[in-house]
Design a protein. Structure first.
Length: 232
Protein backbone atom coordinates (compact mmCIF):
# COMPACT_ATOMS: atom_id res chain seq x y z
CA UNK A 1 0.00 0.00 0.00
CA UNK A 2 1.68 3.26 -1.06
CA UNK A 3 1.56 5.80 1.78
CA UNK A 4 2.50 9.46 1.51
CA UNK A 5 5.32 10.22 3.95
CA UNK A 6 3.74 13.54 4.96
CA UNK A 7 0.40 11.86 5.55
CA UNK A 8 2.18 9.67 8.08
CA UNK A 9 3.33 12.78 9.93
CA UNK A 10 -0.08 14.41 9.57
CA UNK A 11 -1.91 11.49 11.18
CA UNK A 12 0.74 10.66 13.80
CA UNK A 13 -1.09 12.59 16.58
CA UNK A 14 -3.79 9.89 16.41
CA UNK A 15 -1.22 7.60 18.06
CA UNK A 16 -0.86 9.92 21.04
CA UNK A 17 -2.56 9.72 24.42
CA UNK A 18 -4.79 12.67 23.51
CA UNK A 19 -5.74 12.09 19.86
CA UNK A 20 -7.59 14.77 17.89
CA UNK A 21 -10.96 14.49 16.19
CA UNK A 22 -11.92 15.73 12.74
CA UNK A 23 -12.08 18.43 11.46
CA UNK A 24 -8.94 20.39 12.32
CA UNK A 25 -6.27 22.66 10.94
CA UNK A 26 -2.88 20.98 10.73
CA UNK A 27 0.50 22.70 10.91
CA UNK A 28 2.76 20.21 9.17
CA UNK A 29 6.38 21.14 9.84
CA UNK A 30 8.98 18.59 8.81
CA UNK A 31 12.51 19.08 7.51
CA UNK A 32 11.68 20.19 3.98
CA UNK A 33 8.01 21.08 4.29
CA UNK A 34 5.92 23.69 6.04
CA UNK A 35 2.22 23.46 5.26
CA UNK A 36 -1.13 24.44 6.70
CA UNK A 37 -3.99 22.09 5.87
CA UNK A 38 -7.70 21.95 6.57
CA UNK A 39 -8.29 18.28 7.42
CA UNK A 40 -11.85 16.97 7.43
CA UNK A 41 -11.08 13.22 7.34
CA UNK A 42 -8.42 10.76 6.25
CA UNK A 43 -7.55 11.59 2.67
CA UNK A 44 -9.58 14.81 2.70
CA UNK A 45 -7.01 17.58 2.88
CA UNK A 46 -7.33 21.15 1.61
CA UNK A 47 -4.08 23.08 1.31
CA UNK A 48 -4.29 26.48 3.02
CA UNK A 49 -0.64 27.52 2.93
CA UNK A 50 2.61 26.09 1.62
CA UNK A 51 6.34 26.68 1.51
CA UNK A 52 7.47 29.09 -1.22
CA UNK A 53 11.18 28.49 -0.68
CA UNK A 54 12.96 27.37 2.52
CA UNK A 55 10.80 25.49 4.99
CA UNK A 56 10.97 26.07 8.75
CA UNK A 57 13.10 22.96 9.26
CA UNK A 58 15.55 24.14 6.60
CA UNK A 59 15.68 27.57 8.23
CA UNK A 60 16.60 25.94 11.54
CA UNK A 61 19.23 23.66 9.99
CA UNK A 62 20.84 26.27 7.72
CA UNK A 63 20.92 28.88 10.49
CA UNK A 64 22.52 26.33 12.82
CA UNK A 65 25.20 25.65 10.22
CA UNK A 66 25.90 29.39 9.90
CA UNK A 67 26.41 29.45 13.67
CA UNK A 68 28.84 26.56 13.51
CA UNK A 69 26.50 24.08 15.17
CA UNK A 70 26.32 20.37 14.48
CA UNK A 71 23.68 18.24 12.80
CA UNK A 72 20.76 17.93 13.31
CA UNK A 73 20.75 21.69 13.34
CA UNK A 74 17.27 22.36 14.70
CA UNK A 75 17.77 20.75 18.13
CA UNK A 76 21.31 22.18 18.36
CA UNK A 77 20.07 25.71 17.68
CA UNK A 78 17.22 25.28 20.16
CA UNK A 79 19.66 24.20 22.88
CA UNK A 80 21.89 27.23 22.27
CA UNK A 81 18.84 29.52 22.13
CA UNK A 82 18.02 28.64 25.76
CA UNK A 83 20.95 30.85 26.81
CA UNK A 84 20.19 33.76 24.48
CA UNK A 85 18.02 36.85 24.23
CA UNK A 86 15.27 36.39 21.59
CA UNK A 87 15.01 40.17 21.19
CA UNK A 88 18.73 40.78 20.64
CA UNK A 89 18.48 40.83 16.85
CA UNK A 90 15.64 42.30 14.77
CA UNK A 91 15.18 39.51 12.24
CA UNK A 92 12.54 39.52 9.47
CA UNK A 93 9.20 37.71 9.71
CA UNK A 94 8.61 36.91 6.03
CA UNK A 95 5.10 37.24 4.51
CA UNK A 96 3.43 38.26 7.76
CA UNK A 97 2.37 41.55 6.24
CA UNK A 98 0.64 39.84 3.31
CA UNK A 99 -2.84 38.37 3.17
CA UNK A 100 -1.43 34.89 2.62
CA UNK A 101 -0.98 31.68 4.56
CA UNK A 102 2.14 30.72 2.59
CA UNK A 103 5.61 30.57 4.15
CA UNK A 104 9.01 31.89 3.10
CA UNK A 105 12.13 31.63 5.22
CA UNK A 106 14.88 32.40 2.68
CA UNK A 107 14.99 36.08 3.69
CA UNK A 108 15.40 35.09 7.33
CA UNK A 109 18.27 32.78 6.43
CA UNK A 110 19.97 35.63 4.54
CA UNK A 111 19.60 37.94 7.54
CA UNK A 112 21.07 35.30 9.86
CA UNK A 113 24.01 34.86 7.49
CA UNK A 114 24.68 38.61 7.57
CA UNK A 115 24.64 38.77 11.36
CA UNK A 116 26.63 35.55 11.76
CA UNK A 117 29.40 36.93 9.55
CA UNK A 118 29.78 39.89 11.93
CA UNK A 119 29.91 37.85 15.12
CA UNK A 120 32.97 37.84 17.31
CA UNK A 121 33.96 34.17 17.23
CA UNK A 122 35.04 34.39 20.87
CA UNK A 123 31.69 35.72 22.11
CA UNK A 124 29.48 32.74 22.94
CA UNK A 125 26.72 35.02 24.26
CA UNK A 126 26.36 36.71 20.86
CA UNK A 127 25.94 33.31 19.20
CA UNK A 128 23.32 32.35 21.77
CA UNK A 129 21.49 35.65 21.22
CA UNK A 130 21.43 35.12 17.45
CA UNK A 131 20.20 31.54 17.92
CA UNK A 132 17.42 32.73 20.23
CA UNK A 133 16.43 35.53 17.87
CA UNK A 134 16.35 33.11 14.92
CA UNK A 135 14.18 30.63 16.77
CA UNK A 136 11.86 33.42 17.92
CA UNK A 137 11.39 34.62 14.33
CA UNK A 138 10.56 31.14 13.03
CA UNK A 139 8.19 30.41 15.91
CA UNK A 140 6.48 33.78 15.52
CA UNK A 141 5.74 33.16 11.84
CA UNK A 142 4.49 29.61 12.44
CA UNK A 143 2.26 30.65 15.33
CA UNK A 144 0.72 33.69 13.68
CA UNK A 145 0.07 31.88 10.40
CA UNK A 146 -1.49 28.97 12.30
CA UNK A 147 -3.89 31.28 14.13
CA UNK A 148 -4.83 32.94 10.84
CA UNK A 149 -5.47 29.51 9.30
CA UNK A 150 -7.77 28.53 12.16
CA UNK A 151 -9.78 31.70 11.61
CA UNK A 152 -9.91 31.18 7.84
CA UNK A 153 -11.08 27.56 8.18
CA UNK A 154 -13.47 28.27 11.05
CA UNK A 155 -11.86 25.53 13.17
CA UNK A 156 -11.34 25.32 16.91
CA UNK A 157 -8.74 22.52 16.82
CA UNK A 158 -5.08 22.66 15.78
CA UNK A 159 -2.86 19.64 15.15
CA UNK A 160 0.92 20.04 14.96
CA UNK A 161 2.97 17.30 13.30
CA UNK A 162 6.45 16.73 11.90
CA UNK A 163 9.96 17.01 13.28
CA UNK A 164 9.88 20.76 13.94
CA UNK A 165 6.76 20.12 16.04
CA UNK A 166 9.12 18.80 18.73
CA UNK A 167 10.55 22.30 19.27
CA UNK A 168 9.76 23.34 22.85
CA UNK A 169 9.51 27.06 22.07
CA UNK A 170 7.02 26.39 19.28
CA UNK A 171 4.92 24.16 21.52
CA UNK A 172 4.86 26.75 24.29
CA UNK A 173 3.87 29.57 21.92
CA UNK A 174 1.12 27.57 20.23
CA UNK A 175 -0.30 26.45 23.57
CA UNK A 176 -0.41 30.09 24.69
CA UNK A 177 -2.04 31.34 21.48
CA UNK A 178 -4.59 28.52 21.43
CA UNK A 179 -5.46 29.04 25.09
CA UNK A 180 -6.21 32.71 24.36
CA UNK A 181 -8.62 31.65 21.61
CA UNK A 182 -10.10 28.62 23.43
CA UNK A 183 -8.70 26.34 20.73
CA UNK A 184 -7.60 22.74 21.40
CA UNK A 185 -4.06 22.00 20.26
CA UNK A 186 -2.67 18.49 19.78
CA UNK A 187 0.98 17.46 19.59
CA UNK A 188 2.26 13.92 19.08
CA UNK A 189 4.63 12.67 21.76
CA UNK A 190 8.25 13.60 21.01
CA UNK A 191 9.11 10.04 19.94
CA UNK A 192 6.44 10.29 17.23
CA UNK A 193 7.61 13.63 15.78
CA UNK A 194 10.57 12.29 13.82
CA UNK A 195 10.30 9.76 10.98
CA UNK A 196 9.01 6.42 12.25
CA UNK A 197 7.36 3.26 11.00
CA UNK A 198 4.39 3.59 13.33
CA UNK A 199 3.08 6.72 11.59
CA UNK A 200 3.21 5.00 8.18
CA UNK A 201 1.46 1.90 9.52
CA UNK A 202 -1.21 4.09 11.12
CA UNK A 203 -1.88 6.00 7.89
CA UNK A 204 -2.24 2.68 6.07
CA UNK A 205 -4.61 1.32 8.72
CA UNK A 206 -6.79 4.44 8.72
CA UNK A 207 -7.03 4.38 4.93
CA UNK A 208 -7.87 0.66 5.00
CA UNK A 209 -10.61 1.20 7.56
CA UNK A 210 -12.24 3.83 5.37
CA UNK A 211 -11.99 1.77 2.19
CA UNK A 212 -9.78 4.31 0.43
CA UNK A 213 -6.56 2.30 0.40
CA UNK A 214 -4.68 1.92 -2.86
CA UNK A 215 -3.29 -1.61 -2.80
CA UNK A 216 -1.21 -3.84 -5.06
CA UNK A 217 -0.74 -7.59 -4.69
CA UNK A 218 2.56 -7.53 -6.60
CA UNK A 219 4.02 -4.42 -4.94
CA UNK A 220 4.07 -2.77 -8.38
CA UNK A 221 3.68 0.85 -7.37
CA UNK A 222 6.26 3.56 -8.02
CA UNK A 223 8.07 5.92 -5.71
CA UNK A 224 6.46 9.35 -6.13
CA UNK A 225 8.96 12.02 -5.10
CA UNK A 226 6.68 14.94 -6.09
CA UNK A 227 3.40 13.40 -4.91
CA UNK A 228 1.09 16.21 -3.69
CA UNK A 229 -0.39 15.39 -0.30
CA UNK A 230 -3.80 16.76 -1.26
CA UNK A 231 -3.90 14.22 -4.11
CA UNK A 232 -2.66 11.27 -2.04
Amino acid sequence: MPIHHLEGHLLSPFLSADPPTFPFVALLVSGGHTQLLHVTDVGRYALLGDTIDDAAGEAFDKSAKLLGLGYPGGPALARLAEFGDPDAYALPRPLLQRDSLDFSFSGLKTAVRTHAARLDSTCEQARADLAASTQAAIVDVLARKSMAALAAAGCDRLVVAGGVGANAALRARLRLECEKRQVRVHFPELALCTDNGAMIALAAAMRWQRGIAETSTDYAFDVRPRWPLVAA
